[in-house]
Design a protein around this ligand. Structure first.
Ligand code: 5U1
Length: 701
């Protein structure tokens, strides 16, 4: 074999190997390749395809993640509408459903395909001659959105079907985020200061609607098939359950829990069986689905509006249990939010023992009127924190006079952690500790924000280290970071490891190299902290974490005042005069800088060498862009977005973070996402980087 033929053969072999690995993993649930092996083969294939563009194949396993953000999603009209399901909550409704079908089909014991109902997002995949050509969301059932690029990143969606595929095959199913992927993503997000996902369903929905498929690829989703749409060029099996088996053979994943059952008792037994293993499943479900198995019988039953009369979803009740409130406590969150919660007699809810449930806020306490000694109903939905749903009032303990034994609960007026006042602003549901950086409960968050990329940009100082530094009382304020030494970090890590492993540090060989503790990481951290000493005024203002002072307000303040001392000296009235700073934010800024402990932190930062250039106010009121509002989105190659914003502001523009009809123009760089889409939707002018550079050059900058 010549060299070219050998390369082509290897490329084919690798593609087959990787496709097979996906099939075995997602469809047969019988993995043959370890993750690391899969990655090695994938990298080999990527290298070969890069060196041999003539061997390119759009359905190659290397072609899952495109690089072009879509701007916005096109509409897709479903050739066969995507249906919804009627719901049943009670056993009787299931019995009626079965009886109705038995009566109307004349079959006393019809078979049903029984399946878990995944809590994800319904989608439709279209295959033409076996190739995945389009994926769409359900939308309103008639028209959805084209999310092909994002669905290609879902490894359980085959890009090419196996075996003999029909001319057209539309497969309907659920895209979902496995529970483990959800937990892993949230752990990563917490570590990197990104927003966490509320639950796996939101994770799947948000991920699928990312305008940049590279973002979708970072949030691993999976897919299970459960129905067909348009089909051409094949004779289907006579039943739904056999169709699901055929879909598996074509390489499409189908839940391992699908089964066939008969009679109301059979369906209910399945419902109970799946209910018992609900918590152990790898994905969230909210019920099970019963579908009449024979297609001829389905046709006979027909539809009412958009729902088939041959299928029904049997929902599980929210997981609720009664227990008794032992005490009511408050937690001070990292943003100072004071959240009340109840400590309860331990109780099993949905297979998990819970002892605490949240009361969310003071309004919720007032609404529920929860008191110590009350019997309450606790609900647990998915992975979210259990909550108190209601009080069983006739079980409230009474005194000898028949009055409630315990008074109505009031939130504390002082922070239980630092003693500062707890305040609740008008129109706000959340009460907050006013201690700010002084309050240890808020320190971790304050430090994390301070170190984040857009603030002081201290690389490597993640939440884990910060939590340990605060826990061991090595850092009380952000200024203390600048006093830490390599030895401090090493000591901190040893303590943290000891606590984590319950193994004495001297027995832990992995952290010691040739008798010496490995310290490179600590040296890097100290260097990163040192590098952050030289910064800009707007970064410092943002890093201090004044409530409602985001990057844009920090920039406005920095440009308006030019230096920190005039900001410290400004009263609320002066701050209100700053363009774009409203009365609420002006009050917050004045309040923050009036607090002696915040002033002490600023003085300590300066004393520890944190510095930034200061000068005269920089904002131009009469530049060529005066009165224009500009939004920057995506990455620029010639400068950072901050720099571009500063240049535009120097020419009089107001730089805003969100696109509206009032936006004069949007500068869109690489991988611009939803802001670009919004601009296009509103018909707002869009500049690319070349146009921006040409304009700046014209203005002499
Ligand atoms: N398992 C399953 N979920 N689910 C959802 N089957 C199923 N079927 C559905 C829906 C909306 O609709 C059928 C009527 C096609």
């Amino acid at each position: 074999m010549g060299k070219a033929a050998a390369t082509a053969a290897r490329v084919e072999e690798l593609r087959r190997l990787l496709d097979d690995a996906n099939y075995r993993y997602y469809v047969l649930d019988d993995p043959t390749l370890a993750d690391a092996e899969y990655d090695t083969f994938l990298r080999e294939l990527e290298a070969l395809e890069r060196d041999h563009p003539e061997l390119a194949d759009p359905q190659s396993p290397t072609m899952r993640v495109g690089t072009t953000p879509s701007g916005k999603f096109a509409e897709v009209k479903h050739a066969v509408p995507m249906l919804s399901l009627a719901n049943a909550f009670e056993d009787e409704e299931v019995a009626e459903f079965v009886a109705r079908i038995a009566k109307e089909t004349g079959d006393a014991t019809p078979d049903f395909s029984v399946e878990p109902k995944l809590d994800g997002l319904a989608i439709s995949l279209r295959y033409e001659d076996g190739e995945f050509v389009r994926g769409a969301t359900r939308g309103d059932g008639a028209t959805g959105e084209d999310v092909t690029a994002n669905l290609r990143t879902v490894r359980s969606v085959p890009l090419r079907l196996r075996g003999k595929a029909p001319k057209v095959l539309e497969v309907r199913g659920e895209v979902y985020m496995p529970k483990a992927a959800f937990e892993k993503y949230n752990a990563w997000a917490r570590e990197h200061g990104e927003k966490t996902l509320a639950n796996p369903r939101n994770g799947a929905a948000g991920s699928l609607r990312q305008l940049d498929p590279r973002m979708t690829a970072q949030r691993p989703l999976a897919f299970y098939a459960y129905a067909l749409g348009e089909v051409e060029g094949v004779t289907l099996p006579p039943t739904h359950s056999r169709t699901l088996q055929w879909l598996r053979e074509l390489g499409l994943p189908v839940s391992a829990e699908v089964d066939v059952a008969t009679g109301a008792e059979g369906l209910l037994a399945y419902y109970r069986r799946i209910g018992e293993k609900r918590n152990a499943l790898a994905y969230d479900i909210d019920g099970v689905v019963y579908k009449l198995d024979r297609y001829d019988q389905q046709r006979a039953m027909g539809f009412v509006s958009r729902a088939p009369r041959w299928a029904i979803a049997h929902k599980y009740p929210a997981q609720e249990t009664p227990t008794v409130v032992e005490s009511i406590e408050v937690n001070v969150g990292r943003t100072g939010a004071v959240t009340p919660w109840v400590l309860m007699t331990p109780v099993q809810v949905g297979g998990v023992t819970v002892t605490r449930a949240t009361l969310h806020n003071a309004d919720q306490i007032a609404r529920l009127d929860v008191r110590v000694g009350d019997t309450v109903i606790i609900r647990r939905a998915g992975d979210v924190i259990p909550e108190v749903v209601r009080v069983v009032e006739d079980k409230r303990p009474l005194d000898a006079k028949g009055k409630p034994k315990f008074p109505a609960y009031q939130l504390p007026t002082e922070c239980p952690v630092c003693g500062s006042a707890v305040e609740r602003e008008e129109n706000e549901v959340v009460a907050r500790c006013t201690g700010g950086l002084f309050c240890p409960a808020q320190r971790v968050q304050a430090l994390f924000h301070f170190a984040s990329r857009r603030a002081m940009d201290i690389e490597g100082l993640g939440e884990r280290f910060i939590t340990a530094l605060v826990e061991f009382d090595m850092v009380r304020s952000v200024a203390d970071l600048y006093k830490l030494t390599v030895d401090d970090f090493v000591a901190m890590k040893q303590r943290a490891d000891e606590l984590a492993d319950a193994v004495p540090a001297h027995a832990d060989q992995s952290k010691v190299k040739s008798g010496k503790v490995a310290t490179k990481w600590a040296e890097n951290l100290v260097a990163a902290i040192d590098a952050s000493r030289t910064t800009t005024l707007e970064r410092v203002l943002y890093a201090l974490g004044v409530r409602d002072v985001g990057e844009s307000t920090a920039r406005t303040l920095a440009r308006h005042f030019g230096a920190l001392d005039p900001i410290l000296a400004a009263d609320e009235e002066t701050l209100r005069q700053v363009p774009d700073i409203g009365p609420v934010v002006a009050a917050r800024i004045a309040h923050f800088f009036a607090q002696p402990h915040n002033r002490e932190v600023i003085a300590a930062l300066r004393a520890n060498g944190v510095h930034w250039p200061e000068g005269a106010p920089q904002r131009s009121a009469d530049g060529p862009l005066a009165g224009q509002t500009v939004v920057l989105t995506g990455g620029l190659s010639s400068m950072s977005r901050d720099e571009a914003g500063a240049k535009l502001e120097a020419l009089g523009a107001k730089v805003s973070g969100s696109v509206s009809k009032k936006t004069s123009f949007v500068v869109a760089g690489e991988a611009a996402g939803s802001k670009l889409a919004k601009a296009q939707e509103l018909g707002v002018e869009v500049w690319d980087e070349a146009r921006l550079l040409a304009f700046l050059a014209e203005q002499g900058g």
